[in-house]
Design a protein around this ligand. Structure first.
Ligand code: ADP
Ligand code: MG
Length: 332
């Protein structure tokens, strides 16, 4: 039996709210941030053919649509509260919707964020989520707080066994594209696919870094490009990244060096936190990350305003930096 718009919403996207005063069903949802908190808001849209392949499992699509949004809250050090889902669907396929909803709800429950509303329409497959979080007034982590002399850090999984290391999502994309020169022998493709389709937003780390990190951004379009945003917003600072310090998983290490650097520095879809902190806070940062359940690695230092952004080899010599970050209107 065909499912109508309102049955579909009632069946798959209506869940009791616990923290929000009003969820799905009225013209607006109501969200109640605690006293003294600012509301942190971010939207990210996933478009079929652009952000995901039509073959992706719907559970994973649901997971990723929310994960990329939670990653923005993480980068601001905000605690997730609520989200809305605007959905454009070619057809109301019951099994597909149930799977999409289960991927969404599972990740939402893990991060204690509740679905409070949205919009549903027929059309090309497209998911747009808006997340709402709260952060004590003045405490949000920003792109603009970096200072010359700061250490530059990147987050990653706690252990080598966990999927989702820097560059792995891009490596999987190159495998899907059949790019020549990619070494696939001995790679665990299921694991790499998890890296691409099921990123783990670093929400706990973002919360832990409040008051410690001076600047933060989540890596969605490639490390160098995203770092560029931080440097520009922080008064035109420079940076020196040590190529040898970049965390490299076994799958990345199997690739030739140029591809490794491409994946690591310009990969995108990583959803790790790239942040800066005072060098006197090294032990604090490591301890906070361990408590937040992930790893962090120091990959370089920020330089004075007007100095370049460079990647250097083990001898301190700058490598050619021809890596572009992803741009929807400029990239292929
Ligand atoms: P309106 O016409 O007032 O915008 P709708 O008829 O579009 O409201 O939606 C009815 C209710 O269902 C609203 O509370 C809306 O927030 C919610 N809703 C619609 N689509 C979704 C969805 N995909 N996920 C969650 N809630 C949804
Ligand atoms: Mg509507």
């Amino acid at each position: 039996m065909a499912l109508g718009e309102f049955d579909l919403i009632a069946r798959h996207f209506t869940r009791p709210v616990r923290r929000s005063p009003l969820g799905v069903g009225d013209d607006c949802a109501l969200i109640a941030p605690a006293a003294g908190m600012q509301l942190a808001v971010s939207s990210d849209m996933l478009v079929e053919g652009r952000h995901f392949l039509s073959t992706v499992a719907p559970e994973r699509l649901g997971h990723k649509a929310l994960a990329v949004n939670l990653s923005d809250l993480a980068a601001c050090g905000a605690r997730p509260l609520a989200y809305t889902l605007a959905l454009s669907l070619p057809r109301a396929d019951e099994a597909w919707l149930a799977a999409l909803a289960s991927g969404l709800h599972a990740l939402a429950d893990r991060h204690d964020i509740e679905l409070v509303g949205g919009d549903t329409t027929a059309g090309p497959l497209n998911l747009c989520i808006t997340v709402f979080g709260e952060v004590p007034a003045g405490d949000a982590l920003l792109r603009s707080g970096a200072r010359a002399g700061d250490d530059l850090w990147i987050s990653h999984p706690a252990t080598p066994d966990e999927p989702g290391w820097l560059g792995e999502a891009r490596l999987m994309l190159e495998i899907f594209r059949g790019t020549p020169g990619v070494r696939t022998e001995g790679l665990d493709l299921d694991r790499l696919r998890l890296a691409m389709e099921c990123p783990q937003p670093r929400v706990a780390l973002g919360l832990a870094l409040r008051g410690v990190a001076r600047s933060a951004i989540d890596v969605s379009d490639g490390l160098l490009g995203d770092l560029g945003h931080v440097l520009r917003r922080s008064g035109g600072l420079g940076a020196r990244i040590e190529a040898a310090a970049l965390p490299r998983s076994a799958a990345i290490l199997r690739q030739h060096e140029a591809l490794q650097l491409e994946c690591l520095l310009a990969g995108g879809d990583d959803y790790e936190l790239l942040f800066s902190a005072d060098p006197t806070d090294r032990d604090t940062v490591s301890a906070l990350a361990a408590r937040a359940g992930c790893g962090v690695t120091r990959i370089g230092t920020l330089g004075a305003a007007g100095t370049p952004l460079e990647v250097v080899d083990a001898d301190g010599r700058p490598l050619a930096t021809a890596w572009a970050s992803f741009d929807h209107f400029l990239s292929r």
